[in-house]
Design a protein around this ligand. Structure first.
Ligand code: SAM
Length: 276
């Protein structure tokens, strides 16, 4: 089986071909999916993408789904996972109502829902306000929202805190030489922008680079709009499913959506479709 993990981040399995703009290890092939998918027509059995589509502009996302359609064999499966805009919007409204009625615990939950809605679209630095909220939550004497945030983030919250504990040396070792080379090039370019166009231009340059780094959300989906996108591309048998359900053989053994028995990203919309 030829299995493609599109925008894998740190979530990989050796049986899959793992693609990412920013490879997290040598097992990941560096590739910008805005260019399409680097495979011939009708050669793949499964395309899987988790929390990636929302990082693309709508036209780029349509192109990516069309590319998945092109590379899949007839009968091939597309599995797409995105943050669930409907669920986020409903929880935002519910926690807003509770906060307005004076429920103090709901206020912290409301703050988190606002972050889910806005932070990844607007942030200008890695981790954004959401990272700061998670750091406050982990501090001694933190307020009571950890259970709520855990119910939203699932196993991802542990990954976040584990990554925070990496030593400086572990972080240095995890990057490839090409990453450091690019950092040096960018620093030189920043210096030129500062010298030629001034401080504001340098800030704009830095922010622009960050906004193109793959961390930002550029759109969001619900079960209606994602279904529309897949059906307009030609996919059939489109189904919303549970994190634990899949038509991909032995899917839960790969540790992609389920990690040590826990749902990795419970705040998600899980959808599968088939190429006719
Ligand atoms: C939120 S992470 C999700 C990672 C992983 N799929 C998961 O479920 O944990 C989004 C990933 O998409 C990648 N990405 C964003 N834009 C991309 C692009 N144009 N080409 C390839 N990967 C991209 C990012 O580098 C990042 O690893």
């Amino acid at each position: 089986m030829k299995l493609i993990n599109i925008g894998c981040g740190q979530t990989l399995h050796p049986d899959w071909i793992n693609l990412d703009l920013v490879p997290s290890s040598s097992a990941v092939r560096s590739f910008d999916i805005r260019r399409g998918l680097p495979f011939a027509d009708r050669t793949c059995d499964v395309c899987y993408s988790s929390h990636v589509l929302e990082h693309l502009q709508p036209a780029q996302a349509s192109f990516l789904i069309a590319e998945a359609f092109r590379v899949l064999k007839p009968g091939g499966i597309l599995r797409v996972i995105v943050p669930d805009l409907e669920q986020i919007a409903r929880l935002y409204l519910a926690t807003l109502e509770q906060s307005l009625s004076g429920d103090s615990q709901a206020i912290a939950q409301y703050d988190w829902m606002l972050l889910e809605l806005l932070d990844q679209m607007t942030r200008t630095h890695g981790g954004g306000e959401m990272g700061q909220y998670l750091d406050r939550l982990n501090a001694p004497n933190a307020d009571l929202t950890l259970d709520f945030v855990r119910s939203r983030m699932g196993a991802e919250i542990d990954n976040y805190y584990q990554a925070k504990q990496l030593t400086r040396w572990q972080k240095i070792k995890s990057k490839r030489p090409a990453w450091y080379l690019q950092k040096i090039r960018i620093k030189i370019a920043e210096l030129f922008v500062l010298l030629i166009a001034g401080k504001q231009a340098q800030k704009g340059f830095q922010e622009g680079l960050f906004r193109n780094s793959g961390e930002l959300h550029r759109w969001m989906y619900d079960r209606f709009s994602l279904q529309q996108l897949l059906s307009q591309t030609g996919f059939i048998e489109i189904q919303v499913c549970q994190a634990t359900e899949s038509r991909i053989p032995n899917f839960n053994d790969f540790g992609l959506d389920i990690l040590q028995g826990q749902i990795r990203k419970p705040d998600s919309l899980f959808m599968e479709a088939v190429k006719p």
